[in-house]
Design a protein around this ligand. Structure first.
Ligand code: CTP
Ligand SMILES: C[C@](O)(CO)[C@H](O)COP(=O)(O)O
Length: 228
């Protein structure tokens, strides 16, 4: 089943503290952004990519797309103040197709096999996300004090891509806009419609490059994959 993918790439990278868009940092001499886009460029099921980008990065991103022969990008849209607004700007430009994926450009280690499993599930359920069972014990904390330990057996660390029937995601975004709800992922907007969201088990190495330590993990993941 063919799909389109929205890639939010307009963050400020505050937690990375790189002093520039963290997606322009390089792994093995290639920008993080390109590592991510290449996965979709090389996926025969991917019909097109829409990137949400800081207008100040448009020119540099276009130069990189040309340099690395990324030809499936159908549009760059301006990012918004929140990740959700960036994605909505892109979603509004989608005019055809049935399945849409949203994938953080800061997650360069997604694999085609995982994407295809996600698509198959989303085709059946209308909404599917990828994640891994939580490894750490999670607790609710208020003012430096633990108020609750959350039972771990039902907890998952959710990642991206997240896949949806386009009409469902649009309905979810319209409701969120109307009610001024801002979530930390797209699934939470669809859940608010009361629509079930399936989860597919992914890999622990599908990390989001968020803080400087993640760059060390990224180097190790790349090394491990080059050995295969
Ligand atoms: N207003 C925003 C915020 C985030 N993103 C994108 O959403 C993805 C996940 O966001 P995150 O990892 O939090 O990136 P930043 O927001 O840049 O990080 P920080 O919160 O540390 O500033 C990234 O690819 C980021 O570029 C976006 O397009 N628009
Ligand atoms: C969507 C996400 O990657 C799922 O784990 C995560 O919620 C994004 O959070 P961020 O703070 O916007 O990076």
């Amino acid at each position: 089943m063919a799909y389109q993918v929205i890639l939010p790439a307009a963050g400020q990278g505050k937690r990375m503290g790189a002093g520039k868009n963290k997606l322009l940092l390089e792994l093995n001499g290639i920008p993080v952004l390109i590592h991510t886009l290449k996965v979709f460029e090389e996926d025969e099921l991917c019909e097109g990519m829409i990137l949400a980008v800081h207008p100040q990065d448009f020119e540099e991103f276009n130069v990189l797309l040309k340099k690395y022969n990324i030809n499936k990008v159908t549009g760059l849209v301006p990012g918004g103040k929140e990740r959700q607004y960036s994605i909505y700007n892109a979603l509004k430009t989608v005019t055809n197709g049935s399945i849409i994926l949203v994938h953080d450009a800061a997650r360069p280690f997604i694999r085609k096999e995982q994407i295809h499993r996600l698509i198959e599930t989303a085709q059946k359920t209308g909404a599917a996300i990828i994640g891994v069972p939580a490894k750490d014990t999670m607790k609710k904390v208020q003012v430096g004090t633990v108020v609750e330990t959350v039972e771990r057996s039902s907890l998952w660390a959710v990642q991206t891509p997240q896949a949806f029937r386009i009409s469902l995601l649009l309905e979810a975004y319209q409701k969120a806009e109307l009610e001024q709800f801002v979530g930390t992922d797209d699934s939470s907007l669809v859940e608010r419609l009361g629509h079930p969201v399936a989860i597919v088990e992914g890999d622990y190495d599908n990390i989001k490059l968020t803080t400087p330590e993640d760059l060390y993990f990224a180097e190790a993941i790349l090394k491990k994959r080059q050995k295969k």
